[in-house]
Ligand binder design. Structure first.
Ligand SMILES: C[S@@+](CC[C@H](N)C(=O)[O-])C[C@H]1O[C@@H](n2cnc3c(N)ncnc32)[C@H](O)[C@@H]1O
Length: 205
């Protein structure tokens, strides 16, 4: 009879996607400075989702040092698309900008140092193909009506850290409000902060 591998978490550590020197440096900085980045598994997932969906108009809410933005922007460079990433902390926004420049992605990404909820309130209808939300969890529920307006039908919302208590109102809204089909995965995510967390994937319908 077939059976699952012994200790699946240790087993899958062998299969973490390969990263270049820049991404590894940002991971080391994140560990040292306790910056909560998505890590290589969610990073690669973002690349795959953006690349395979052909997304061209992408918004990120919460850039930190630009680690996840590098994954998204690499997919968008291949798709001929563009990323806007919002970061409210000016020092982080400057670091993200420098790292994206070092990655050769300055033409693909704009780092905007503003509060995401303020910007979301002005987003035109149907103007986005994909949104990656990774900011303060307590703001997720307030962002939801704006995301429903801004994402085109068929557009994808990826929300990180949905196992946090502060994401409870968001989890209820995305599951039960009209306009979305959503699934939340509780997963082992090596080098993610934290390594056991929830990730929500939702499509605008
Ligand atoms: C979890 S970190 C982002 C990590 C990044 N996505 C990565 O994986 O590389 C969250 C970031 O969102 C920023 N942030 C939190 N609330 C925000 C808001 N309302 N508007 C813009 N940025 C926000 C914080 O300053 C912080 O740098």
């Amino acid at each position: 009879m077939s059976r699952i591998v012994d200790n699946p978490e240790a087993y899958f550590l062998k299969f973490i996607p390969v990263r270049d020197d820049l991404l590894q440096r940002l991971e080391a900085e994140a560990t040292r400075e306790e910056i909560p980045i998505v890590g290589p598994v969610v990073g690669e997932l973002l690349y795959i989702l953006a690349r395979s969906s052909g997304a061209r108009r992408v918004l990120e809410l919460g850039a930190a040092t630009g680690y996840s933005a590098i994954y998204l922007a690499r997919a968008l460079a291949a798709n001929g698309g563009r990323l806007v990433t919002l970061e409210s902390n000016p020092a982080m926004a400057r670091r993200a900008e420098a790292n994206l420049r070092e990655a050769g992605l300055a033409a693909t990404v704009e780092v905007v140092c503003r509060d995401a909820l303020e910007v979301l309130a002005t987003i035109p209808a149907d103007s986005l193909d994909l949104v990656f939300m990774d900011m303060e969890k307590r703001d997720y529920a307030r962002a939801l009506p704006h995301l429903r307006r801004g994402l085109r039908v068929g557009g994808l919302l990826v929300a990180d850290n949905v196992a946090f208590q502060e994401a409870d109102d968001f989890n209820r809204g995305i599951t039960w409000e009209p306009g979305w089909r959503a699934v939340s995965l509780l997963a082992f995510l090596p080098f993610h902060s934290p390594e056991r967390d929830g990730l929500c994937l939702a499509v605008r319908v």
